[in-house]
Design a protein around this ligand. Structure first.
Ligand SMILES: [Mg+2]
Ligand SMILES: [Zn+2]
Length: 180
């Protein structure tokens, strides 16, 4: 049996998003229940990987060292709750770079699938924006939406979205583990 994974967007799903970007570890604050959700998934044998656009790098708002600091905080706080984030995939580009990895493009998901040798057709990708849903669809993964972050706004702007929608990551995780 291959390893089961759940893929998560970062900003607005795991941590509070900011229109001014998350530029330091001090600005990175978990949404209540999100790190517990990761631990819950782990208990049920799911590994978790993060799939994140980080155009603040390309815009020069922070550097790779700072992003490492931010992710070290994310890993540390997750571990304190008994959870583990297996891998973080991020796109450092801006829209004008026309890269293949910035969501809604599927490049980050495809990189994950290739590196981990995972068939995405049974893998949930949980995000808060239309671009997350589109990236999941383009990669052949299963999109899920949470209302945290930009999620409620995404739903308001796109009432046609019919993918499973949850109040927050913890509720999405509870649903996923209940399916097993
Ligand atoms: Mg987001
Ligand atoms: Zn990119």
């Amino acid at each position: 049996m291959t390893q089961a994974y759940v893929l998560l967007d970062r900003d607005g799903v795991i941590n509070y998003d900011s229109d001014d970007y998350i530029k330091s570890s001090e600005e990175w604050t978990p949404i209540p229940g999100s790190l517990e959700a990761i631990a819950l998934l782990n208990v049920h044998q799911y590994k978790v990987a993060v799939i994140s656009n980080q155009s603040g790098l390309g815009r020069g708002l922070y550097d790779e060292t700072t992003l490492t600091d931010i992710h070290n905080k994310m890993h540390r706080l997750t571990q304190q709750l008994g959870g583990k984030i297996d891998a973080v995939y991020y796109c450092p580009h801006t829209p004008s770079d026309h890269c293949l990895c910035r969501k809604p493009k599927p490049g980050l998901l495809n990189n994950f699938a290739t590196e981990k040798n995972i068939d995405l057709s049974s893998v949930y990708f949980i995000g808060d924006k239309l671009s997350d849903i589109q990236a999941a669809e383009a990669a052949g993964a299963i999109p899920m939406l949470v209302k945290t972050g930009k999620g409620q706004k995404t739903l308001n702007n796109h009432p046609e979205i019919k993918h499973p929608t949850f109040e927050n990551l913890y509720d999405a995780a509870k649903f996923i583990v209940s399916e097993k």
